[in-house]
Design a protein around this ligand. Structure first.
Ligand SMILES: [Zn+2]
Length: 126
């Protein structure tokens, strides 16, 4: 099964080990991709665990969420590499809600602390 993040890799060779805690994202883009596929796979705990604690929305309830994520395109990145402490990733995520198609265009901010990347927040339609 292809990974939802659009890497063209198998899910088991891509985001699944991250979702299962067997590996972790080395770059902000990898974290962004794995969070996207966690939304697609309704891996709620992973989304919470990779969300910067003070910014986290604990109300997240994906089981009742009618969103179907259908594609991810990375538009731009800044920083976010292994040696960086901050990064930005701009992306367009496609999704459908009750058969209507939408696009989410966001520029997200990430920080790396103790070797782990976290999502901080995002700006819509930059
Ligand atoms: Zn993936």
């Amino acid at each position: 099964m292809a990974c939802p993040c659009g890497s063209k890799l198998e899910y088991s060779d891509c985001c699944q080990p991250l979702h299962e805690g067997k590996d972790y994202a080395k770059t902000a883009e990898q974290l962004m991709r794995s969070r996207y596929s966690a939304f697609a796979k309704k891996q709620e705990q992973y989304i919470l665990d990779t969300w910067y604690p003070s910014m986290r929305n604990d109300e997240l309830n994906l089981k009742k969420d009618p969103t179907w994520w259908t594609g991810l395109e990375i538009v731009d990145t800044a920083g976010g590499l292994e040696a960086d402490s901050k990064g930005e990733v701009e992306f367009i995520a496609s999704y459908t809600v009750r058969k209507k198609e939408f696009k989410l265009h966001e520029r997200s901010s990430f920080v790396q602390e103790d070797g782990h990347w976290f999502y901080v927040d995002g700006q819509l339609s930059p």
